[in-house]
Each structure stands twice: as C-alpha cells, then as structure tokens.
Design a protein around this ligand. Structure first.
Ligand code: COA
Ligand code: MG
Length: 289
C-alpha cells in the first residue's frame, strides 16, 4: 500500500460530491455511509457507493474506501454486502469497541472476498478507534488484527457526545485535556501495532493555515496522515506529510554515515550525537520519500 497522507471523506448520498472524486489527489477517498448520511438516505447511499465502485477499474478501486456503519448497527451487514462485490481498497470502521470488532469485520470481509474472487486479505481495515469510552481500554491490542489492519485513526466528536461533554475544545480551538489524551493514545497504539497513525479531521475547511499547523504538529509527533472533509484540504495535507528535500538530504547523510561505520552505535554529525534511534528515524523518512 502506498502512503496514506490524505484520506478524504465524501458523503455517500451526494451524487454531486461523488462526481468530484476523480479530480481530487487524495491518497484515499472514503465514501461515507455513516454519520454524514441520514437514516432515510442510508439505502440510497449504499446503492450509489456500490454503483460508483462498479464503474471503476481494479487500479482505481485501490484508493476508494468505504466507511460502513458501526458493527453493532443494523445497517452494517447490508453496507458490506453492497460494497464488497465492488472490491474497495478498504473499509473504515467507526465506533469500534475493541480489536474484536475489527477481527469480526475482517472475517466477514474474507467471506465476500472468497465469494467474489477478490484476493483474500487484500481489503484493508481502518478503525476509528476512539469513538466509544470502552474502546480506549483495549487500544494496546490492535496488533492481533494482523495484516488487514491499515492504521488507526481517532475522533473526538462521538466520544465527547458519549460522555456528555459540553465541548471537546478549548476557547482557542485546541483539544481539551481528555481529547489530547485520546489523540496521544491513538498515536502510540498505532505504532504499538506497527501501523500508520492517522490524525483526525480539521473541521474548519476554510482555514488552510490552521490546517497546516495542525498537520505539522501531527507529523512532528508521529502521525503519517490526516482525515479530510473537503477537497481544498487535500493539497495542504499531502504537502505537510511529504518529507521536504532538506529532511531527505539529512536522512540520507545519517544512513550513509552509519553504513560507512559498521559496528558503530553512536556517531557525530555536524557537531551533534547520532545513535540508533536517529538512524531509525532517518530510515523512516527515506521510506516515506
Ligand atoms: N467531497 C467531494 N466534493 C466536495 C466535498 C467532499 N467532501 N466537499 C465539498 N465538495 C464540493 C462541493 O460539492 C462543491 O462543489 P461545486 O463547486 O460544484 O458546488 C465544492 O466542492 C466546494 O464546496 P463548498 O461549497 O466549499 O462546500 P459545501 O458547503 O458544499 O460543503 C461540507 C461543505 C462540509 C458539507 C462538505 O465539504 C462535506 O460534505 N464534507 C464531507 C462531510 C463528511 O463526509 N463527513 C463525514 C466524516 S466526519
Ligand atoms: Mg462520527
């Protein structure tokens, strides 16, 4: 799977917005059947999503993912049945309660893959892993979901509603303490499972500077991509999560220095100490570039 820097949500009930997907350079496009679609429109949206997928060739389908309804929601089964024959690149799973939900959906997906001659295991799963209070207490266990797990992402809105918080934000727009905790747990849980950490969305789509600052902070901390809700956010996100020329140059120098000094655990470069964590960091940057 190539990099998942930008993941753009498109409401599944909007033919107009589905029509824009082709021209948007998002690494992943997530057709949403969950919260952006009202109960009366669920059936129509499912139909549009399936129709959209069937109009694409196999290559184009890799970046089209679908957010189905939560596993314990009555619509979830019908969502999977409708979209799996269209071989989407992955399924976004909202409001997971634990890694068990991912494993359960993984088994169901496997059945559809086998039935529709799709390579078994090729459909990835991205859980929105922090939307229920109980979900926080098994965040460390996602490694057991195996290679279907594409990453972990988080959300504050459903969680804050679930606990009766009046808001998840400080007056300046930053997250309140409980949601900073959740963000940080998601970051470490993803890396504990060996998958990408994907930052939650930036709701104000007319604030590119704020979005960029939020991306810079996320990348600094170890997130490798971010959810998007508007096409205008995609370029900003892609740029922010792509290593700069200067970072790549520096990373190359670090790797070359260690290669030139086999057996050295610590070295000096430009007056600063380098050790193995720096080498790993440099290798990660080169992997992403
Ligand atoms: N995907 C595809 N096209 C989109 C889009 C999206 N997520 N968001 C906006 N567009 C299109 C609009 O249809 C509009 O098209 P037009 O120029 O032909 O009229 C154009 O981009 C500009 O949109 P704009 O007028 O700035 O925004 P809007 O008021 O139409 O829509 C939102 C604002 C927030 C409703 C919309 O961006 C949206 O639906 N986002 C996704 C919401 C979602 O899926 N949420 C679930 C995850 S939390
Ligand atoms: Mg939600």
């Amino acid at each position: 799977m190539s990099a998942m820097r930008s993941l753009l949500f498109v409401p599944g009930d909007s033919e107009k917005k589905l029509g824009k997907i082709e021209g948007v350079p998002a690494d992943v496009v997530i057709i949403d059947l969950e919260d952006s679609v009202t109960p009366e429109k669920k059936i129509a949206a499912r139909g549009l999503a399936s129709e959209y997928l069937s109009g694409l060739d196999a290559g184009e389908r890799r970046r089209i993912w679908v957010r189905i309804n939560p596993v314990d929601h009555p619509e979830a089964g019908a969502d999977l049945a409708a979209v799996m024959p269209g071989n989407p690149g992955g399924i976004v799973l909202p409001k997971t309660r634990s890694p068990d939900d991912v494993e359960l959906v993984g088994r169901r997906i496997g059945t559809y893959e086998a039935e529709h001659e799709i390579k078994v295991g090729s459909t990835r799963i991205l859980p929105v892993a922090t939307e229920t209070p109980q979900s926080l207490f098994s965040l460390g266990e996602y490694a057991r979901c195996g290679p279907r797990l594409a990453g972990l992402t988080w959300g504050a809105e459903d969680l804050s509603a679930a606990v009766g918080a009046t808001t998840a934000r400080e007056a300046d727009g930053s997250w309140t303490s409980p949601y900073r905790l959740v963000r940080n747990l998601c970051l470490f849980a993803a890396h504990a499972a060996g998958v990408d950490a994907i930052d939650t969305l930036y709701a104000n789509f007319q604030d590119p500077e704020g979005l960029e600052a939020s991306c810079t902070e996320a990348r600094r901390d170890g997130f490798s991509g971010k959810l998007a809700i508007h096409p205008a956010q995609v370029d900003v996100i892609n740029r922010a999560f792509t290593p700069s020329e200067e970072e790549i140059r520096h990373a190359r120098r670090v790797v070359e220095l260690f290669e030139a000094n086999p057996g050295a655990g610590t070295l000096a470069l430009d007056g600063a100490m380098l050790d193995i964590p720096h080498l790993k960091q440099a290798q990660k940057i080169l992997d992403r570039s």
